[in-house]
Design a protein around this ligand. Structure first.
Ligand SMILES: Cc1cc2nc3c(=O)[nH]c(=O)nc-3n(C[C@H](O)[C@H](O)[C@H](O)COP(=O)(O)OP(=O)(O)OC[C@H]3O[C@@H](n4cnc5c(N)ncnc54)[C@H](O)[C@@H]3O)c2cc1C
Length: 452
């Protein structure tokens, strides 16, 4: 049975997703004569830009993923329901979702589709087993387990080949996520973990950043990409641009350069930060309405972010293809607020259809502690000033006062000090397939340092 909304006599807005798009659309409708149902497959709002810090032991999952229900506690016209949307019937105006509790069908007057994007392996999906992406809390915890697990296993192995593999980390994709991830692994190995091991020297770890394109931070102005590369190299990161990944397995990554020459990097820990694919729900609604999709599966929406012929359906954020706008948080927030504005006008009987105008507030990426690059309009900065800017912006957009305080404390511990307090890996993560195989192989290989 479908649960009844506490405000039954108002137009029903169903919002799919609790990311930046879903949350900002819902919050923007808080004073309006509508009832809102936020339907999402997780119970939290995920601040994706800081996921890499969960993966590298700086932050806890709760700091980047507070409960959506808690965030919306005071918004009386909104409710939060858990479920994975499997079907959207655009002509019939219904959404069907599933959860372990069963199937749920909701009728809507307005729909905001904000289901985001997943990792793309460019048709090579078996790679995912060996090179997890960085899209969810589960991904970050999986990667955390693999990074810290690699150091732990390196400490107990006596097999030189396994040792070299375990102390090599490959990050695929030199966009902001890849750069941040490679920088953090390098800092972890060369700074945070020094003195913690007795057998291995973590600072001898090899960190390799790979990209098929011949650029680092390709979306940024050229000088910033160059400065980020210089900084990464100074930190000991090997930057291999112009190298395409042609295979990943449990013990290494195969690369091919523009001349067709192949090489293999032996590693047990590969992080995939290259390419995204919009939620399949986009294709579903596009097929029903004649809207096209782009190569990343994003829906080609009308200028007001709606589906052609369906002013009641808005597609926002990472699922939306409009004016070549990038898949970034600001696009998701602003397009969601635009959708809410149109829904409000519709509920009040006012004209709708105003085009969405994006205000670019700039982009930034951290490379290491105290070093970031930032581009705001024509202003380009790198170094400590950019890092302070990065710090301030991320604190402002983190949800919840308590989260801001604990995040700031964790940053002080990790960046001013050298601690990584969030290293816990559950047995579930340590038992990750490749590491388990390593462990069994090593046990068969012979004495470990603790035996001698
Ligand atoms: C690692 C990483 C780092 C990033 N760094 C930056 C950065 O520094 N700056 C920046 O501006 N942007 C950054 N981004 C991009 C930014 O996070 C996204 O553009 C933004 O999150 C998009 O918001 P969204 O609401 O469209 O999608 P998302 O935030 O991805 O939210 C999608 C929501 O939909 C839900 N969902 C998905 N499928 C279903 C389904 N079938 N049924 C129900 N619910 C579903 C998900 O659970 C989630 O709640 C980063 C992204 C990643 C992954």
């Amino acid at each position: 049975m479908t649960p009844r909304h506490p405000s039954p006599d108002l137009p029903h807005v169903v919002v799919i997703g609790s990311g930046f798009g879903g949350l900002f659309a819902t919050k923007a409708l808080k004073d309006d004569p509508v009832k809102v149902t936020m339907l999402a497959e997780t119970g939290h709002h995920l601040f994706q830009p800081l996921l890499y810090q969960v993966a590298t032991g700086v932050l806890s999952p709760g700091e980047v993923a507070p409960a959506t229900r808690e965030i919306l506690r005071r918004q009386r016209n909104a409710r939060v329901l858990l479920g994975t949307v499997t079907d959207i019937d655009v002509p019939g105006r219904t959404v069907t979702s599933r959860s372990p509790a069963g199937e749920l069908r909701l009728r809507y007057d307005n729909l905001v589709l904000a289901a985001g994007a997943g990792q793309s392996y460019f048709g090579n999906d078996e790679i995912a087993r060996f090179a997890p992406g960085m899209k969810s809390v589960d991904d970050a915890l999986e990667i955390r387990g693999r990074i810290f697990g690699s150091f732990e296993l390196a400490e107990v192995t006596s097999d030189p080949r396994a040792l070299a593999e375990l102390l090599t980390f490959v990050v695929v994709g030199a966009g902001p996520t890849g750069v941040e991830m490679a920088g953090q692994i390098a800092e972890l190995a060369h700074r945070s973990l020094t003195g913690s091991f007795r057998h291995i020297d973590p600072s001898r770890a090899r960190v390799v950043l790979v990209d098929a394109v011949d650029a680092v931070l390709g979306g940024f102005a050229e000088p910033l990409g160059r400065r980020a590369t210089e900084r990464l190299r100074a930190m000991g990161v090997e930057v291999l641009t112009g190298h395409k990944v042609v295979g990943v397995d449990a013990t290494g990554v195969d690369l091919e350069n523009a001349g067709g020459t192949r090489e293999r990097i032996p590693t047990r820990c590969t992080v995939w930060a290259a390419g995204v694919q919009a939620s399949g729900l986009g294709r579903q609604v596009a097929e029903q309405t004649g809207a096209g999709t782009d190569r990343a599966g994003r829906v080609l929406v009308e200028p007001d972010c709606t589906l052609p012929g369906h002013p009641e359906v808005h597609v926002v954020g990472d699922m939306m293809a409009l004016d070549d706008l990038p898949g970034v948080a600001q696009v998701a927030m602003q397009s969601a607020q635009h959708a809410a504005d149109q829904i409000r006008r519709r509920a009040k009987g006012l004209p709708t259809g105003a085009p969405f105008r994006y205000r670019d507030k700039g982009s930034m990426a951290t490379v290491s502690r105290f070093y970031a690059v930032a581009e705001v309009g024509r202003v380009r900065v790198s170094g400590f000033v950019a890092w302070l800017l990065w710090l301030a912006v991320h604190l402002v957009y983190l949800i919840g006062f308590k989260n801001r305080v604990t995040t700031l404390l964790h940053w002080a511990v990790s960046f001013v000090g050298r601690g990584r307090t969030e290293r816990t890996a559950t047995s579930q993560q340590v038992r990750a397939r490749t590491l388990r195989m390593d462990y069994e192989r090593m046990r068969a290989a012979g004495p470990s340092p603790s035996d001698v």
